[in-house]
Design a protein around this ligand. Structure first.
Ligand code: DGT
Length: 260
């Protein structure tokens, strides 16, 4: 049966996976998660820091037809762009794909170098299956871009997966890079990712509120019970940490103290 299958799929490296401390970096669009992730990787070489698969969402290859000789014709789609251009049509599809890539990342067994090291191995992710649901999918539902039926379907399979994978997707802690939506907007404009041209301050404000409800107020409305117990380290990412070695050092010290 299906319950059995999901367990089998995940059983191969179970022991190693269960020993891992899983940490996710959360924060608004363009707050600096990738910069922070790179910083963390170089300061903590014993940890595995895994980046968010944005490029995979921008390049989805699909078979469109066969030519006269029976050769498959393929096309590449940019799902990130499609979602921003027509959110009503593509948000649900986007969330199924982003959640799947996040789940895949969270289920990856730690590399051998981590298992050999002293102490519990640490894996760090940029975002998680939880922000997929409680930040983005929820926001899209509240904006009317995911309809009530799609939202019910999303929540149903999301809960099933989280329950079935259990400890393998549980987080030890969350690093919340917190900044004002205005600061994130500044950084977003500065990096100039073409798909994000239409992103408004209002959209970033809404995502900020979702982060605050989840990670600061720990609102009881919708979130998984267990998730409320996960410890959250807040870092003030409004400061220009990208170019300031002193702030970088403070951040790293805080993270190390938090997870030791
Ligand atoms: P960073 O390193 O803090 O600057 O982070 P970004 O902005 O490079 O990475 P991130 O995760 O905020 O997202 C990359 C783009 O994908 C951004 O335009 C927001 C969008 N995005 C990410 N995850 C989701 C999602 O689950 N749903 C929707 N609708 N959009 C998402």
């Amino acid at each position: 049966d299906k319950r059995h299958c999901v367990r089998c799929l995940s059983s191969s490296a179970d022991d190693a996976k269960l020993r891992v401390k899983r940490v996710s970096i959360e924060g608004n669009i363009a707050v600096g998660k990738s910069t922070f992730a790179r910083l963390l990787q170089s300061a903590c070489p014993d940890w595995e820091v895994m980046t968010e698969p944005v490029s995979r969402w921008q390049n989805i290859e699909s078979e469109t037809s066969k030519d006269t000789e029976g050769q498959a014709q393929t096309t590449v789609s940019n799902l990130l762009q499609m979602m921003y251009q027509d959110p009503q049509r593509w948000s649900y599809t986007f969330q199924t794909y982003s959640c799947m890539s996040r789940l895949r990342t969270q289920l990856q067994p730690p590399p051998a170098r981590l298992l050999g090291s002293k102490g519990t191995p640490v894996q760090v992710y940029e975002r998680s299956v939880y922000s997929d649901r409680y930040i983005f999918a929820l926001n899209m539902f509240e904006l009317g871009c995911i309809n009530p039926t799609e939202w019910a379907v999303y929540q149903d399979w999301h809960s099933l997966l989280v329950e079935e994978f259990g400890q393998q997707v549980e987080l030890e802690g969350i690093i919340y890079l917190r900044a004002t939506p205005e600061k994130c907007m500044e950084r977003l404009v500065c990096r100039g990712r073409p798909e994000e041209e239409g992103v408004t301050l209002d959209y970033l404000n809404k995502l900020h509120v979702q982060h605050e409800k989840w990670l600061v107020e720990k609102s009881t409305e919708v979130h998984f019970e267990k998730l409320k117990l996960v410890r959250v380290l807040q870092l003030d990412a409004s400061v220009e940490f990208k170019s300031d070695p002193e702030v970088q050092e403070q951040f790293i010290t805080k993270v190390k103290n938090f997870f030791e």
